[in-house]
Design a protein around this ligand. Structure first.
Ligand code: CTP
Ligand code: MG
Length: 335
């Protein structure tokens, strides 16, 4: 009811497109930064090749999925085959190599949930985390990057949502709110659901890319050059989409029963995933299915306190989009 009323009085939403586009543009990293990242990668590849000639280095996360902000750290995965890999030993050896190459702040965190070596490169000023054989992250990074190529509105929406989440401090998994990865999946799913759709469901199409990682088959249509016109019959603009996104998560999503799934391009029931009750620490209060690790709910970090914080923030954002005279300024007000 309320939503309808607001809709009726806000047919001027397009007035705000320009300010949202300006925010988006201000968040795109400069070409020099990407060049520096490539420079550091090339350097690391060289160092690693001397010790492990068969290893490969991959970028993953925001520095490679096209949803990265300026001045982010980079995430690197060292992939090496073999059943007898001792990650801790390897990380310690890697730390030694990096240290003797004059890289700074080198630190091996072998007991972390995802064990890594951290470093800072004094030449480019970039900080970097290196993990070993986290190949699923490399593959889901490619999936996100491929989706971003199809329609520019995904990148626009996701930058705005990430910027909002960081400003409002709801992008902190250690505090029970959602990861950037989860927010990008929510945006992809939202655009898959528009009518007509703005994004297809790549995993439901004839696969042109297929790899097996830790016994999970990751397959989808990655020939995205062919899909540049996919969303063109939908003319919704960025301000409308930002509005629709927050409206969905504030008022329309069924938190009790539903799971959003990029893999199927649809909404699934919690019952079919067996996510209806708390198991261990997984409470499933907001359910976002990982596209490849389908037993993994990205909302599992959310607890009974942080779900309230999140939902209040979605409602605040929706309210601002519905009635504020200058929604773009208000939306990103620091918490
Ligand atoms: N990732 C994952 N599963 C998660 C969280 C993260 O596989 N539950 C992987 C994804 O490949 C993701 C990467 O780790 O792209 C980095 O995650 P995150 O830090 O959430 O996102 P970034 O894109 O790096 O965002 P930010 O700009 O906030 O650093
Ligand atoms: Mg990151």
């Amino acid at each position: 009811r309320m939503v309808k009323m607001y809709m009726a009085c806000r047919n001027d939403i397009h007035r705000y497109d320009a300010s949202f586009i300006a925010v988006y543009k201000s968040l795109i990293p400069a070409e020099e930064e990407l060049e520096k990242q490539r420079q550091l990668m090339a350097h690391l590849e060289n160092l690693v090749a001397k010790e492990w000639p068969h290893a490969k280095l991959y970028l993953y996360g925001s520095c490679a999925n096209s949803f990265g902000f300026p001045k982010s750290d980079i995430d690197v995965c060292l992939a090496i085959e073999g059943d007898d890999i001792n990650k801790s030993e390897m990380l310690l050896k890697l730390a030694e190599i990096l240290e003797s190459d004059n890289l700074q702040n080198v630190q091996a965190l072998t007991r972390a949930r995802v064990p890594i070596v951290k470093l800072m490169d004094p030449v480019t000023g970039i900080s970097c985390d290196i993990c070993i054989n986290n190949v699923l992250a490399v593959v889901n990074t490619k999936l996100l990057r491929d989706y971003a190529q199809i329609d520019v509105r995904l990148r626009q929406l996701a930058f705005i949502v990430k910027h909002w989440a960081k400003s409002r401090r709801v992008n902190e998994t250690y505090q029970g709110t959602l990861s950037s990865y989860a927010y990008v999946l929510m945006c992809i799913h939202f655009l898959q659901q528009r009518r007509p759709p703005i994004l297809p469901c790549l995993q439901e199409m004839e696969p042109t890319y297929s790899v097996r990682v830790d016994n999970i088959r990751c397959a989808y249509f990655d020939n995205v050059d062919r899909l540049h016109n996919f969303g063109s019959s939908n003319r919704e603009t960025i301000a409308e989409l930002v509005w629709g996104f927050f409206n969905y998560w504030a008022y329309a999503h069924d938190y009790a029963y539903n799971v959003v799934s990029v893999r199927t391009g649809s909404i699934l029931g919690k019952r079919e995933k067996d996510w209806t009750r708390r198991v261990g620490n997984d409470r499933h209060l907001i359910c976002i299915e990982d596209p490849f690790e389908t037993s993994h709910d990205l909302g599992r970090v959310v607890d009974k306190f942080s779900i309230r914080v999140l939902r209040e923030e979605f409602e605040r954002a929706a309210r601002i989009m519905h009635q504020e005279p200058n929604p773009c300024a208000k939306l990103f007000e620091p918490y």
